[in-house]
Design a protein around this ligand. Structure first.
Ligand code: E4P
Length: 217
């Protein structure tokens, strides 16, 4: 499973990138706002740091304007994935931009039918939002499983990018179902390293080591 980091905070991306944990990055208008940075500048900086796809989102609502914005974002670097919303206009923009050879991430996907349309429009990635479905008491994981089944039924190459991952359990379940990619905030990726038995075991080892009176260095 590929790990994308869902943030525009370059210091946090750098820390995970140094560990080899970053296969790509996703941003959105809310994350750009949070970073306080200029979208073109920060996207360029991230694209230079990371080898994999860096998603940058258009903000126009009409297809022709989305296409123009998408071309401008794609011109920042060769590893930009243009993010378009899953609307009819977004699908039109996806078809044109992917036809021009750009990677396209179709975002704000909340149903398997939407995912089917995105694949037919040539999306490189489809981003089903797990956490936001859970927020309204729907099962985000069921959506990932449904899209996996449908894409496999017909051999669609669009990659399932499990998004809006809020917990380590979301990450585990998305991997278990077979999502191609997950995008998660740095805090969730770091939390995946934690286990109470690891902490408890380490405490015991440290206490026993202290009693030996030995040193390694
Ligand atoms: C993905 O591309 C989105 O930026 C992100 O996963 C949304 O997550 P949220 O629902 O926690 O805001």
């Amino acid at each position: 499973m590929k790990f994308f980091v869902d943030t525009a905070e370059t210091d946090q991306i750098a820390e995970l990138n140094d560990l080899g944990m970053v296969d790509g990055v996703t941003t959105n208008p809310s994350l750009i706002l949070k970073s306080g940075r200029d979208i073109l500048e920060v996207t360029k900086e991230i694209a230079e740091m990371v080898d994999g796809p860096v998603s940058a989102e258009v903000v126009a609502l009409k297809a022709d304007e989305m296409i123009a914005e998408g071309r401008k974002l794609a011109a920042i670097a060769g590893n930009i994935a243009v993010k378009v919303p899953l609307t009819w206009d977004g699908l039109k923009a996806c078809k044109v931009l992917s036809g021009e050879g750009h990677m396209v991430n179709v975002t704000l996907c909340f149903s398997a039918n939407q995912a089917l349309l995105a694949a037919k429009a040539g999306a490189t990635f489809i981003s089903p939002f797990i956490g936001r479905l859970d927020d309204i008491n729907l099962d985000g994981m069921e959506l990932i499983a449904d899209i996996r089944t449908i894409y496999d039924n017909y051999g669609f190459e669009t990659q399932i990018l499990a998004a809006s991952i809020r917990t380590v359990n979301h990450a585990f379940q998305a991997a278990h179902i077979g999502a191609d990619v997950m995008t998660a905030p740095p805090s969730v990726i770091k939390k995946m390293a934690e286990h109470p038995l690891t902490e408890q075991g380490l405490k015991t080892f440290m206490a026993d080591w202290e009693k030996t009176g030995q040193k390694i260095l």
